[in-house]
Design a protein around this ligand. Structure first.
Ligand SMILES: NC(=O)C1=CN([C@@H]2O[C@H](COP(=O)(O)OP(=O)(O)OC[C@H]3O[C@@H](n4cnc5c(N)ncnc54)[C@H](O)[C@@H]3O)[C@@H](O)[C@H]2O)C=CC1
Ligand SMILES: O=C([O-])CC(=O)C(=O)O
Length: 275
């Protein structure tokens, strides 16, 4: 007899460039039911309109409903650092598995410890998605053999650094050559660039950690894509990766691959054989 499995019930925290594209990508997938969308109060109307445009029958609110009968099977975060404390933490405590994109939020050691404790208390796992970067699987495995060096360079068009400390230090609109806007640890990069250095945090957490991973961020008028480079050396050998990611039209700071990475996390939670 064929067993008919109920679809995975999904809550998405954040319905901006990533969240909307994720919902669109999941349309028509009968293994997944998007049941809840959570956004900041100022974005409620926009999110409601975006959900209506996709003909989604979904609860849109500024908090998750974790009550009986409403509990999602999976919470996916694509909202920003503040949303991790506000929504991921209580979901984990309530025993709901979560996948998050705002990995840079973990630069905050206290939040890191709180999330670990909440996951333990709830008996649920928090998955840090690979987002806009690749080779996280290789790096996270190589770590167990011992790593000697991990460096990450993030390069984006100058205007993708607006709203960051680089805006005060440089005339981004008039840059004529590549400008290093940050050099330091992954922890500091993630703290200072919450919308642009989540990848730096992800690479570091997979490898040498937030304090021992060297990061360089570059505003480069010569690129139109978000270019991410990783070099790692260790007992495994050497890894060199360069990604040239197309940005999302709705938010050029964000690479489209981030959306596909979340689609992967959702699909992997809904199927029997995951890759
Ligand atoms: N791991 C990775 O490779 C990447 C991670 N990200 C993370 O994803 C986040 C979202 O990216 P986009 O969709 O491009 O941003 P966006 O600005 O287009 O959308 C943000 C959405 O989150 C909602 N939001 C903001 N603060 C919230 C809060 N405290 N609680 C609930 N909802 C909240 C907003 O209302 C909006 O719907 C980024 O801020 C960044 O932290 C982004 C790009 C790559
Ligand atoms: O989407 C990207 O290319 C990377 C990004 O914004 C981040 O690391 O926060």
């Amino acid at each position: 007899m064929t067993r008919v499995q109920a679809p995975l019930t999904l809550a998405v925290v954040g319905f901006g460039a990533i969240g909307e594209a994720l919902a669109r990508a999941l349309l028509g997938d009968d293994r997944v039911r998007l049941a809840q969308v959570v956004v900041s109060p100022a974005s409620l109307d926009a999110a409601q309109a975006a959900c209506a445009a996709l003909a989604l029958d979904v609860r849109v609110a500024s908090t998750l409903d974790l009550g009986p009968g409403q509990r999602p099977d999976l919470v996916v975060e694509c909202a920003g650092h503040a949303a991790v404390l506000a929504h991921v933490l209580p979901a984990l405590r309530a025993g709901i598995p979560c996948a998050m994109a705002s990995v840079g939020a973990l630069h905050d050691a206290e939040l890191f410890a709180q999330l670990e404790a909440a996951a333990q208390e709830g008996g649920a796992r928090l998955q840090l998605v690979s987002g806009a970067i690749g080779a996280i699987d290789a790096l996270a495995a190589a770590r167990f053999g011992g790593l000697d060096e991990v460096t990450y360079v993030g390069r984006k068009p100058p205007l993708s650094w607006t709203g960051t400390p680089a805006e005060q230090a440089f005339d981004l609109a008039r840059l004529a050559s590549p400008q290093v806007i940050f050099r330091g640890s992954a922890r500091e990069a993630a703290r200072q660039f919450p919308k642009n250095a989540n990848v730096a945090a992800t690479v570091s957490l997979a490898g040498l950690g937030l304090d021992r991973t060297q990061v360089e961020l570059v505003a480069d008028p010569g690129v139109t894509r978000n270019v991410h480079a990783v070099i790692a050396r260790g007992a495994f050998g050497r890894l060199e990766l360069q990604m040239e990611n197309l940005p999302l039209a709705a938010n050029p700071k964000t690479s489209a691959l981030t959306v596909y990475s979340l689609v992967r996390a959702v699909r992997n939670a809904a199927v029997g054989i995951a890759i």
